[in-house]
Design a protein around this ligand. Structure first.
Ligand SMILES: Nc1ncnc2c1ncn2[C@@H]1O[C@H](COP(=O)(O)OP(=O)(O)OP(=O)(O)O)[C@@H](O)[C@H]1O
Ligand SMILES: [Mg+2]
Length: 295
């Protein structure tokens, strides 16, 4: 388990981390969310000693983190640290050597990852000849070659095409399923909602929400009703305990209180329109996020 315990860091007048406390658990994908400048990168850098905390600690398996632990971690930094003119495979061998890994075993591991991520035929190309998404894959391989226990990825999905996003999220899920601890930051809340078991929401350096995503969603007392229809809709706002969030000619999204009469909504809808679908759900991660950050 990776554990942030009241980690604080100030840069001049900016409190980048403010008693930041959360955990990332083995066997689970943890999504790290927050607005621009919230402190995600600072927190991730602290795991690798690239930011020196003013107070608090980051622990791995209950102990402070030193070089031996870090050599078993994989990191994809926000500023992608590849050498543009080096060839892909040479680059990966070089980065593995920097982490103290040598020999044929590393070469084999690199070849397997190149194959898996569809880069085998680009291994002798210069890094700067690759597209953004392919450079990102190389950076991911660099984080994976030492078969890390902990993977920390700073916005690994940014700029990837939809197929590449699906491949990368499947790969991360596989690593977590094999017992790895995976923490990644992202602004793509739909993606995090689909892939992560746990989420951490940081706001102005302080964690405002953390835990099991399904439990967090279920714990919000409000529910959301989506109605799809054909015809003239009723006046949704006249129904008690209903707040209209969005409405157009074919769809309405309503926020309803815990005491709402659902049958009443269905009846009102059916008397006015052809009902196509009706769903009643906890808030989406986006809604949880907006509430948490606005509060
Ligand atoms: N080396 C630094 N010197 C001065 N200020 C810094 C430094 N690193 C980060 N900060 C400040 O700390 C705050 C947190 O920044 P950080 O990069 O951790 O945010 P983030 O959550 O990763 O944002 P983004 O989503 O934009 O990547 C910001 O106000 C940033 O300007
Ligand atoms: Mg960042």
């Amino acid at each position: 388990m990776l554990e942030f315990d009241r980690a604080s860091k100030r840069f001049g007048s900016v409190l980048a981390l403010d008693a930041c406390t959360f955990t990332a658990q083995p066997g689970r994908l943890t999504g790290f969310l927050g607005q621009n400048g919230a402190g995600k990168t600072t927190a991730m850098r602290a795991v690798f000693g690239l930011v020196e905390l003013d107070a608090g600690t980051v622990r791995w398996r209950g102990a402070p983190i030193g070089m031996p632990e870090r050599s078993r971690f994989g990191y994809m930094p926000e500023e992608r640290g590849l050498y543009p003119r080096m060839r892909v495979r040479d680059q990966l061998l070089y980065l593995a050597r920097l982490c103290g890994r040598n020999g044929t075993e590393v070469g084999r591991s690199i070849d397997q990852w190149l194959e898996r991520l569809g880069l085998a035929d680009r291994q002798n190309d210069r890094v700067d000849a690759l597209s953004h998404g392919n450079q990102q894959r190389v950076q991911l391989i660099a984080a994976l070659v030492n078969e890390p226990d902990l993977l920390v990825l700073d916005e690994p999905f940014s700029g990837l095409d939809p197929l590449a996003v699906a491949n990368m999220s499947a790969l991360l899920a596989e690593i977590a399923a094999a017992g790895g601890t995976v923490l990644f930051s992202s602004h793509q809340l739909d993606l995090v909602e689909d892939t992560c078991e746990d989420v951490v929401i940081i706001h102005q350096g302080h964690v405002v929400i953390a835990g099991d995503l399904a439990e967090l969603r279920a714990a919000v007392p409000q529910r959301f009703v989506d109605v799809r229809f054909r015809g003239t809709p009723p006046d949704w706002s006249a129904i008690p305990s209903v707040e209209v969030l969005e409405t157009d000619d074919e769809h309405a999204r309503l926020r309803v209180g815990p005491d709402v009469d659902l049958a009443g909504i269905v009846d009102a809808a059916r008397s006015a329109v052809d009902l196509i679908s009706f769903t009643y759900e906890p808030p989406t991660l986006s809604e949880v996020f907006r509430e948490a950050v606005a509060a």
